[in-house]
Design a protein around this ligand. Structure first.
Ligand SMILES: [Zn+2]
Length: 547
């Protein structure tokens, strides 16, 4: 149990509870925010400081087979960026794909206390949970990749919707996932298979028969909404990165109708122009659709200049990009349920496309009319490391800084977007929304992202500074579940976070169809496939409509 604590004199930014910079006491007991505490409680004087809930990353890649593959592919990144131990925390290694330990500590040093791993093939779930146990401090969960799953494709194709609903719920339970993830739905499978090519729009039939990405997307959106998962399907649209792909993105969002859907790293899906030629920005069209459709949430996937690692279940994309990498690249198969591609990458200011990507991300933030539905992300490490979040916050909050940065980038790209005309500056309250309150709401995590009574006592206290990059990269205090992890910029203790997952109901009868499929197609026995509870360690089940 954590001690009780009273944080006084700080300016509180807690948008969920309509607190916008007022000086207010925050009381903590037993790991939760409470109304009041006894006089014996430890006091933290936060005079001149800003208090927010712990940050929540809705989309990152920090654990599991693909991250491990990327780590193995870039040993130089680890040698050049060791993460030192302290009297309380152990060492790790960094780069854009840090070790489990470094990932947890580095999130904490930014004031982030929750992060969701955004793409896990079902067969990799056990590995992810093992790595989660080694990822300190932060709470986490993951989204399971089901959009290129042959068994599920067959059920959709044969219109066996009731069985499809059961099978999706079975897979979510079997892997301990938080929601379903679709990546290039219906595109990886034909690319890996006989046809040997990706789909180019969501109505293209992906096999020799009748299945299109749109049918797959529709089936998942319907089942997840019907079963009432706390977070809707997390969708990486088809055609990521290709000029002209904004049409695919709009069509994907339209497929949802008025049902909830989350569009991942939407920046990578907001390009106009002709396929094979340089893109132009379609951020305005995408932002307008999102602004007008409250059922849609998205995260941006901002590109930040410097090193990144592209890691994706969109295997055809990694294959297309391989010539643009720094010489290393790998594609890997994941049986009959997903694909995988990895390549170390660097975004450079002088390159037209890279600058345009950077500008489109910023446009999307600045054109968004509802900060609750657009989440700050770099699609770590695809658009850049999560360690770049403070600089991204500065770009959003400081128009003068943005203008200075614009002088250093490819000027031709700036002519093909509206960034130079956008004067908006985010407020501290809006930053609190896009980095904690909004993602917590989109995830259905009711005890995260705010500082109201009953919330988890995940609290970050920043010195108020003019330089917002400095401010957000060096919180003075980071409190997790009521324990002071960091005080005066130094770790004071270590801790383990918990795993969030869901347990939607399903009928065991579906296993009668699954078993023979496993015997025919999988390298693993059906009985060995579901992840058992001992892999969960500390965990919490978030309710669905059917559990
Ligand atoms: Zn991603």
């Amino acid at each position: 149990m954590s001690a009780s604590m009273r944080i006084v004199n700080g300016q509180v930014y807690d948008p969920k509870n309509n607190i916008d910079g007022e000086v207010k006491e925050i009381c903590v007991e037993d790991g939760k925010i409470v109304d009041s505490v006894s006089d014996e409680a430890t006091i933290i004087d936060a005079k001149g400081m800003v208090i927010m809930a712990g940050g929540v990353d809705i989309h990152c890649h920090i654990a599991g087979p693909k991250v491990n593959l990327a780590r193995k592919l870039t040993p130089e990144a680890r040698r050049h960026d060791p993460h030192p131990s302290t009297p309380f925390t152990r060492s790790g290694s960094g780069g854009t794909t840090p070790s489990t330990f470094a990932a947890g500590y580095r999130y904490a040093t930014l004031g982030y206390t929750t992060a969701m791993e955004a793409a896990v093939s079902p067969i990799g779930a056990r590995h992810v949970l093992e790595e989660f146990e080694d990822t300190p401090i932060i709470d986490k969960g993951f989204y399971v990749l089901l959009g290129n799953n042959i068994f599920l494709h067959n059920l959709i194709r044969e219109k066996r919707i009731e069985e499809f609903d059961q099978a999706v719920a079975w897979w979510v339970n079997a892997t301990k996932a938080y929601t379903v993830k679709l990546v290039n739905p219906g595109g990886d499978e034909p690319w890996k298979g006989k046809r040997n090519s990706n789909v180019s729009n969501i109505d293209e039939k992906s096999d020799d028969d009748t299945l299109s990405p749109r049918q797959i997307i529709e089936a998942f959106i319907k089942t997840v909404n019907k079963q009432g998962y706390p977070h809707p399907p997390h969708i990486h649209c088809n055609n990521l990165g290709h000029s002209g792909n904004y049409i695919t993105t709009l069509e994907t969002m339209k497929t949802a109708g008025d049902l909830r859907a989350h569009i991942a790293h939407i920046q990578f899906h907001s390009y106009g122009g002709e396929v094979g030629k340089n893109p132009i920005s379609k951020a305005a069209e995408i932002a307008e659709y999102v602004n007008n459709h409250p059922n849609i949430t998205c995260d941006v996937g901002q590109v930040m200049f410097g090193d990144s690692t592209i890691m994706t279940a969109d295997a055809p994309l990694a294959y297309v990009l391989k010539g643009h990498s720094k010489g290393k690249w790998v594609n890997a198969d994941t049986e009959c349920e997903s694909g995988c591609g990895i390549l170390p990458f660097a975004y450079q200011e002088h390159i037209y496309v890279h600058t345009l990507q950077w500008a489109i991300g910023l446009e999307l933030f600045l054109l968004s009319e509802d900060p609750w539905r657009i989440v700050l992300s770099t699609d770590h490490p695809n658009g850049g490391s999560f360690m770049a979040y403070p600089k991204l916050i500065k770009l959003l909050m400081d128009e003068k800084f943005r203008r200075e940065e614009m002088k250093r980038v490819n000027q031709k790209a700036l002519l093909n977007c509206s960034l130079p005309e956008l004067k908006r500056e985010y407020t501290l309250s809006e930053i609190a929304i896009i980095t904690r309150a909004g993602p917590a709401r989109a995830l259905g995590l009711e005890t995260k992202g705010h500082l109201g009574v009953g919330a988890d006592a995940d609290i970050t206290i920043y010195d108020l500074m003019d330089d917002k990059e400095l401010m957000f990269s060096t919180p003075r205090y980071v409190i997790k579940s009521g324990n002071t992890m960091i005080a005066n910029h130094e770790f004071k203790t270590d801790s383990k976070g918990k795993v969030y997952h869901i347990t939607p109901d399903y009928d065991n009868k579906i296993e009668e169809s699954l078993k023979p499929f496993f015997e025919d197609y999988y390298s693993i026995e059906f009985s060995n496939y579901p992840v058992d509870d001992r892999y969960l360690h500390q965990h919490e089940i978030i309710k669905t409509k059917t559990s």
